[in-house]
Structures are given as structure tokens and as C-alpha cells.
Design a protein around this ligand. Structure first.
Ligand code: SAH
Length: 446
């Protein structure tokens, strides 16, 4: 290690900025945030260094920069001349500022661009409100020491609280509730930990379509309870030693009845575990997330819902189909093609109204009935329609046609992967071929 990192308390202390220009202005910004008093000058004079704890130079005549460097070093004041390693006694890191948490990155001055890239990476993995979380822990520091004088016990408590409900609330921006939950946890510090269930949307399949919150919770969970729709790619994001429970769901082949899944979630949480209930797409869009949330509420279990990218959004985005459009679609309807007692129980009259986009979930098997129902209710058979299979997974296929032609075209096309049907004028605006592009001429008889 060539440079030793340290964090300076600059509040109320004077920092000298020599030079005028964009560079100096940029460097002054974090100093200002740290509460430093800034002394700025265009030319160097030794007296400028009186009472100064740090000096930075840029955009000034060469002789002045050299003089500043020499005089500062003679007096033992750390000095940085921007982009002039030989004149520096300290280097400035790239900074991630989530006050009071600060991450400083240095490449020893040799690859500043790489430092910026690393900073971007770190920005994305740190929850935006991690600072609030640290501040919360800070506010309880003294009380915590008194209540739990034993260091290991204190550590265990802090880990549990920051990963638990109070931490959750702080990260969600609910500071007052977070504080109350923290205080409550401290009250009950020696009782058993309380479990929590997160109903998390896993999105359509690609790991980078997860939300950052989902990613974080996957990294913290003790147990993952997941469906058939959740991809391996997404499961790979989970903590390595987390237990995985598959409660697979295929149409007409529910491996575990819903009531049993509900009971399982309640039991796991009562054991004090952090449970992530991972569901394809969004938990509240045809995911029975509502039923699970109700069961958890009834059992008095803490739970939160993390939204995910639902199939309709993923399939449309991937195909370049705008789901709403000023001219062609002022309404978007998500419907299920799942039948009750073998009958497609939909309000066809409402669905056939012009000016809307219809996204049909679980509709591959009932497509002929859907098409016939919509046409009988007055929707033009030439309305553009498409089936997207495995949308947003990186391995999708799309079949383009019309409301009238699609049932015939799609015979034998499905590979039995999840598929979404999109109907409406906007489907004709599809601009992007799927990676495994398969366009069948709507007028041709296959
Ligand atoms: N909660 C999920 C939907 C679950 S219902 C969501 O928000 O996406 C299951 C149905 O969703 C499937 O039958 C299919 O119609 C649709 N679906 C889910 N993932 C899909 C995908 N990657 N591509 C196309 N359709 C998908």
C-alpha cells in the first residue's frame, strides 16, 4: 500500500485552494460538504498557508503551484496539486458519500478512471439510504453500551437489528418508525429474534432486471421460498448458504397448495428466520402475493412487498412495443386467461373497447377462446397481436400476427415456457426483434 487512507475532520478548519477554474471548483465541492472553511487565492503567497490544515492547487501558474507544494511540505501541511503526482503529499480519492457513511477509493493515483468506475459499482450496491441506517445506529450508541455492556452480545444485537425490521424501515426512509422499532428491539434485547418475510418480485428472469432492493434482500435471507417461474440466474444472486425451498407452481400442477405455502411462510418466520418469498415478475400481479400477505398479517408476522418487473412490462420493452400510446392506446389492461371450471370468464365487451392494450397472462391454452370472444364482442380480427415466450429472460421468442390469425399460427409453436399474449394497435408498432427472432407472416397459412 503506497498511500494510507484516513478520514479528516475538516469542520470549521481552513483549507487553501490555489487557482481559479473548473478543477478547483470541482475539488472544493466535497470539502464544502465536510464543513471546511475555504480560503481561495489566484496566486501563491506563503502567508496564505497560516492556519491551514490542507492545501490544494490547480489552474494556477506553474511557479505558484511549485511554491505551494514546497512550502506546504516544509510546514507539514498535506498538499495536493491536481494531476501532478510529484508535487503531492496526499492524493484525493473518488468518494461515495452516504453521510455518515463514506467510501473512498484510490488507485494510488495511477488509474483515476478505474477509480471512477469502481465508485459507480459501489454506488449501485450500497442502498441509497445506508447513511440513514448508520445514523440510526449512531443515535443509539450510548444507550446500547449501557444496556448491553458485553461486546459480542452488542455485536449480535446490532447485526440482527440492522438486518431486521428497524434496518428495513430506515432503508425505506421511515425514520420515525425505524427509531421506534430499534428502541423496541433494545427493550427486548435478550428475547428470541423476530422473523420477517419479504414478498419479492424476481422479475422476468434476467438477473439484471431485479431491483436493487431485491438483490440486497437475496443477499441477506436465511431462507428463499421460490416458484417455478424464478430463474436460476436470479437464484444465483442469493446468499450462498441460504436454504432454498421450491414450492413450484405449474398450471394445473400446483406442487404445494397455497394454504401450505402460507403456513410454511408463517412457520419459518416464527422460527426467527429472514424469509424471502421470491415470485416471478411482480408478487401482486397474478402472483397470489395478496393471499400470502393476508395470511402473514393474520398471523401477526412482519412482512414487506418488493415490486418486480411484471411480464407485460418485460415482454413489451423487449419487443419495442409501447404499452400506451397517445394515439393508439390510452388504457392498459392486465387479464388472466386462466379458466374457472374450463370457462374463460372475462368481460369481453369491456376488453373489446377500442383504444386499449390487453396483456393476457396464463392465456396460451385458452387463446382460441380469447380470440373468438373478443371478435364476437366486436374487436376487429385484424387487430395486431403477438405472443411473447420467456420475455425478459435473455432467451425469448415472439410470434407476431393478428387477433384472428394468432390461434392458428400458434398451434405447435409453444415450447411450454411462460408466454404472454399482447393485443392492440400498439403491438403493430413492435420495433425490436427478439434475440431468437421468429416472425410468422400473419396472412400465410402455416
Ligand atoms: N407475477 C407474474 C405473473 C405470474 S402468472 C408477473 O408479474 O409476471 C404466470 C404467467 O405470467 C405466465 O403464464 C405467463 O403468462 C406470464 N409470464 C410470466 N413470466 C413470463 C415471461 N418471462 N414471459 C412471458 N410471460 C410470462
Amino acid at each position: 500500500m503506497r498511500h494510507f487512507p484516513a478520514f479528516l475532520d475538516l469542520a470549521g478548519r481552513t483549507v487553501l485552494l490555489l487557482g481559479h477554474g473548473d478543477t478547483i471548483a470541482r475539488k472544493s465541492e466535497p470539502l464544502r460538504r465536510a464543513g471546511a472553511t475555504l480560503r481561495q487565492a489566484a496566486r501563491f503567497d506563503a502567508a496564505l498557508l497560516d492556519g491551514v490544515v490542507l492545501a490544494i492547487g490547480a489552474d494556477a501558474p506553474e511557479a505558484d503551484l511549485q511554491a505551494l507544494s514546497a512550502e506546504a511540505q516544509r510546514r507539514g501541511i498535506p498538499v495536493n496539486i491536481v494531476d501532478r503526482a510529484a508535487l503531492c503529499s496526499f492524493i484525493m480519492p473518488a468518494i461515495v458519500d452516504r453521510d455518515p457513511i463514506t467510501v473512498a477509493i484510490s488507485t494510488g493515483g495511477v488509474a483515476p478512471t478505474l477509480a471512477r468506475l469502481l465508485r459507480q459499482r459501489i454506488e449501485t450496491v450500497l442502498p441509497p439510504r445506508i447513511g440513514a441506517l448508520a445514523a440510526l445506529a449512531g443515535r443509539f450508541q450510548a444507550l446500547l453500551r449501557r444496556r448491553l455492556p458485553d461486546l459480542p452480545a452488542r455485536r449480535r444485537f446490532i447485526d440482527a437489528v440492522l438486518l431486521g425490521r428497524p434496518g428495513e424501515l430506515a432503508l425505506a426512509g421511515r425514520d420515525t418508525q425505524a427509531e421506534a422499532a430499534f428502541a423496541q428491539a433494545l427493550e427486548a434485547a435478550d428475547t428470541a429474534p423476530a422473523g420477517i418475510v419479504h414478498l419479492v418480485g424476481a422479475g422476468p428472469g434476467a438477473a439484471d432486471l431485479l431491483t436493487l432492493r431485491a438483490l440486497r434482500l437475496l443477499g441477506e435471507a436465511d431462507v428463499i421460498v421460490h416458484d417455478r417461474l424464478v430463474s436460476e440466474q436470479v437464484l444465483d444472486m442469493a446468499r450462498r448458504d441460504a436454504e432454498r425451498i421450491f414450492v413450484g407452481k405449474a398450471r394445473a400442477n400446483h406442487c404445494m397448495p397455497q394454504a401450505e405455502i402460507n403456513a410454511l411462510l408463517v412457520r419459518l418466520a416464527r422460527e426467527g428466520r429472514r424469509v424471502v418469498r421470491l415470485k416471478g415478475g411482480d408478487p401482486f400481479v397474478f402472483g397470489r402475493g395478496g393471499e400470502e400477505a393476508a395470511a402473514l398479517a393474520a398471523a401477526g408476522i412482519a412482512h414487506e412487498v418488493v415490486p418486480g418487473i411484471t411480464a407485460a412490462l418485460a415482454c413489451a420493452a423487449e419487443s419495442g412495443i409501447p404499452l400506451t400510446h397517445r394515439d393508439a392506446a390510452r388504457m392498459l389492461t392486465l387479464v388472466t386467461g386462466h379458466t374457472r371450471d374450463g370457462r374463460l370468464d372475462l368481460d369481453f365487451a369491456a376488453l373489446a373497447r377500442p383504444g386499449q392494450t390487453i396483456a393476457v397472462y396464463m392465456g396460451a391454452a385458452t387463446l382460441p377462446d380469447l380470440s373468438a370472444g373478443l371478435i364476437a364482442a366486436g374487436l376487429d380480427p385484424s387487430t395486431p397481436a403477438a405472443i411473447v415466450e420467456d420475455g425478459g429472460s435473455g432467451a425469448s421468442r415472439r410470434l407476431d400476427g393478428t387477433l384472428g390469425s394468432l390461434p392458428r399460427q400458434s398451434r405447435g409453436w409453444s415450447t411450454r415456457r411462460p408466454a404472454l399474449i399482447l393485443v392492440g394497435e400498439v403491438v403493430g408498432l413492435a420495433r425490436l426483434p427478439c434475440p431468437a427472432f421468429e416472425l410468422v407472416d400473419a396472412t400465410a397459412d402455416p
